[in-house]
Design a protein around this ligand. Structure first.
Ligand SMILES: C[S@@+](CC[C@H](N)C(=O)[O-])C[C@H]1O[C@@H](n2cnc3c(N)ncnc32)[C@H](O)[C@@H]1O
Length: 222
């Protein structure tokens, strides 16, 4: 395992219960609500999957797809693998650091990042978006879910408190270095991904967006 990355092994087993106690089923709603948009995808990259709940739903939507599931935490991967153990679907589980691992060129037609890009600082998110974009086909889909800061009002203050508390918790339990939300949505838009649909939960604290890459952005200039 990367010595510099966070260690989610310690909370892998309790992750689901901690999530339910904090937000009920709303993180699952954020993860699952846009998955039907991926029903025609055939090569899907899932980054920082965690314990396999999103993967399980994905497989029910796209049983024909080849899925690469990448996570730094061996325990999270083992949980995900256990959950999908008897499934006939083609899933390749990889323990790797997204900041350094090699990805195939122009391969995937969709990528999923749920509560993953918020583990990184803005520079790292930019780096990840650039690397992942190079592994996508033109017109590929990006399904993104993360914590978010509502624009104003009590919802914004509530979100600030939750986000500060969550970063403190993950820093304590996993050694996560990043301590604030990166502008991932903006970085994705700047990289040529157009937001198509979104949902907000928990008065804007949780947000998911379905993006499609600009069809022309990956084609060689003529
Ligand atoms: C906050 S959890 C999110 C898990 C799940 N996707 C969800 O929706 O709750 C972040 C996940 O990303 C993984 N992760 C963190 N840094 C990573 C990195 N540099 N490379 C690959 N996976 C990483 C962790 O092991 C963990 O499983």
């Amino acid at each position: 395992m990367s010595k510099s990355g966070p260690d989610f092994d310690r909370i892998a087993v309790s992750y689901r219960m901690l999530e339910y106690l904090s937000f009920g089923r709303d993180l699952e709603r954020a993860r699952f609500s846009l998955l039907p948009h991926l029903k025609d995808c055939r090569r899907i990259l899932v980054l920082g999957e965690g314990d396999g709940r999103c993967l399980e739903q994905l497989v029910s939507v796209t049983p024909e797809a080849e899925i690469d599931c990448l996570d730094l935490s061996p325990k999270m991967l083992a949980l995900a693998q256990g959950r999908l153990g008897n499934s006939a679907v083609s899933i390749h589980f990889r323990q790797a650091d997204i900041l350094t691992t090699n990805l195939p060129s122009r391969h995937y037609d969709a990528v999923i990042t749920c509560f993953f890009l918020d583990c990184f600082d803005p520079e790292q998110v930019h780096h990840i978006v650039t690397r992942v974009t190079a592994s996508l086909q033109p017109g590929a889909l990006w399904l993104w879910a993360d914590f978010a800061l509502p624009a104003k009002g009590p919802a914004r203050w509530r979100a600030k408190l939750w986000i500060a508390g969550l970063y403190a918790f993950f820093h304590w339990q996993t050694g996560l270095k990043n301590r604030s939300l990166p502008p991932s949505e903006l970085l994705l838009k700047n990289a040529g991904f157009q937001p198509k649909t979104h949902f907000d939960f928990q008065v804007g604290l949780l947000r998911c967006v379905f993006f499609r890459s600009d069809l022309s952005m990956l084609l060689p200039a003529t």
